[in-house]
Design a binder for this molecule. Structure first.
Ligand SMILES: Cc1cc2nc3c(=O)[nH]c(=O)nc-3n(C[C@H](O)[C@H](O)[C@H](O)COP(=O)(O)O)c2cc1C
Length: 347
């Protein structure tokens, strides 16, 4: 049967979406200096509440996870209150919103948290400087001890619980785009020889531990995950990564997440070691609800859904340019094109 974008979709017994279009997580660097979401952010999200589900911009679980200026947090009482403002505004307009839980790992910078170390799987530095803060060079990270890894798992679970206190409908764990969890999943950034490195099972251990701890705390129905099997951002591809994601996806297939979300900027990119596009690779290896993203319009996304490449469509940049993206698509109105200058203010 042909699927439509504008029909209810049930993720599980707790969550039904009013349509198949998700607002992708989009970092905007607009929280206040205490990393508290503002009223302006509440207005911005409320304008987009007719998306089937909003996934918030990536939100740090603790201070040393910060890699960009003014990215929001979910670890202080003020931040939880700030997010309550956002979730109330979205719910008042009938929307649903998940919080994306984030730690940037080796992409963090001590400048933001007055620290002197950056924690990551291995002492392998990212080359270059912090975007939007070009004078800051990345530093060589300190490899996490097992004890520190176990603490991080607890901190993700606490952040998920804080998200529920803040009124979110669930959380998406950011395991994509070259940040902390993804750094464990690729050979380029993980050179460990303990139980967190060296083979697919060990390299997947941190991602699965975080997922299980969060699911246990807030329920699997309210827990989602984003992953990037195709290394394309802050991590170099390595053909051995394929086996890591084969293993991870087989483990994820046995769990009952709200959904699995692909992290990629352009889903037409083909990766040799995945035998093609990321979405095709994940679809073959994961039988449950899958969210596709990366360079789609509503039309091309719907075609991909009807080709059974994924079930739900996440839209990123067009949602920045068009707060009324959903109604424009529904009515067939012309969309405003996105450009990077639009990142300077929230509309
Ligand atoms: C300005 C900007 C900020 C982004 N921030 C995040 C983020 O916080 N978390 C994340 O997982 N992806 C982030 N992404 C990636 C998007 O979620 C999405 O995958 C990407 O933009 C491709 O989708 P699109 O072609 O529909 O824009 C960001 C992308 C852009 C352009």
């Amino acid at each position: 049967m042909t699927k439509s974008l504008f029909e209810n979709v049930s993720l599980n017994s707790d969550i039904t979406l009013s349509n198949r279009i998700l607002m992708a997580p989009l970092t905007r660097c607009m929280a206040d200096d205490d990393l508290v979401p503002t009223q302006q952010m509440a207005d911005y999200y409320a304008k987009r509440a007719d998306a089937g589900l909003i996934i918030s911009e990536a939100t740090i679980i603790r201070a040393d996870g910060q890699g960009y200026p003014n990215t929001p947090g979910i670890f202080t009482a003020e931040q939880i209150q700030g997010w309550q403002r956002v979730t109330h505004a979205v719910h008042n307009k009938g929307g649903k919103i998940f919080l994306q839980l984030w730690h940037t790992g080796r992409v963090a910078h001590p400048h933001f948290y007055n620290g002197d170390t950056v924690l990551a799987p291995s002492a392998l530095k990212v080359e270059g400087t912090v975007p939007r803060m070009r004078e800051l060079e990345y530093i060589t990270p300190t490899p996490l001890s097992v004890c520190q890894i176990e603490q991080l798992v607890k901190d993700y679970a606490q952040a998920a619980s804080n998200a529920i206190d803040a009124g979110f409908d669930g959380v998406e764990i950011h395991g994509a785009n070259g940040y902390l969890i993804d750094q464990f999943l690729h050979y380029d950034s993980n050179h460990r020889d303990d139980e967190y490195g060296g083979n697919p099972e060990n390299m997947s251990r941190f991602a699965l531990s975080v997922l299980d701890a969060v699911s246990e705390r807030i329920g699997a129905n309210r827990t989602a995950l984003r992953i990037s099997p195709g290394a394309y951002f802050n991590v170099l591809p390595d053909a051995r990564d394929r086996k890591v994601f084969d293993y991870l996806l087989s483990e994820l297939s046995d769990r009952h997440l709200a959904y699995l979300h692909i992290g990629v900027f352009d889903d037409s990119l083909e990766f040799d070691y995945l035998d093609g596009r990321v979405s095709d690779y994940v679809r073959k290896n994961y039988p449950h609800t899958l969210v596709g993203v990366g360079g789609f319009s509503a039309d091309t996304g719907l075609a991909a859904i009807n080709q059974n490449r994924f079930d739900l469509l996440a839209i990123g940049r067009p949602f920045i340019a068009n707060p009324d993206y959903i109604s424009k698509v529904q009515q067939g109105d012309e969309l405003v094109s996105y450009n990077d200058d639009m990142l300077k203010e929230l509309i």
